[in-house]
Design a protein around this ligand. Sequence first.
Ligand code: ZN
Length: 118
Amino acid sequence: MDTTKDTAPPATRELRGIKLYREHGDEIIHEGRGVYTVPGCSGGSYRVDLAVFGGEESCSCPDFTAPRRNREPGEPCKHLYAATIFRARSRVAARRVQVERMAARASRGNLAGLAASL
Ligand SMILES: [Zn+2]
């Protein structure tokens, strides 16, 4: 049985970002205005700006700030991927709360059928 699959680092930055989110997603902090503090894998943390109000995405990690090395121009680092997942999950959670409130309101107005269909 090949056990290296479980221990080898994921092959792409996107997959490394997913792994980072899975393992440390609960440590990501939204600082406001699309800026996040994202933990590094070997301690410390990085400042990630998702540029939600325009401008360029950025991360303070060496992978993003160092000369391109093997990163494609414009390719996000794993912290940018992890922050993107965090933001999407937060927005889905907020929307779910909104829908549940609407459903509760609808059922109070004897529209239980509508609530049940949500
Ligand atoms: Zn980074």
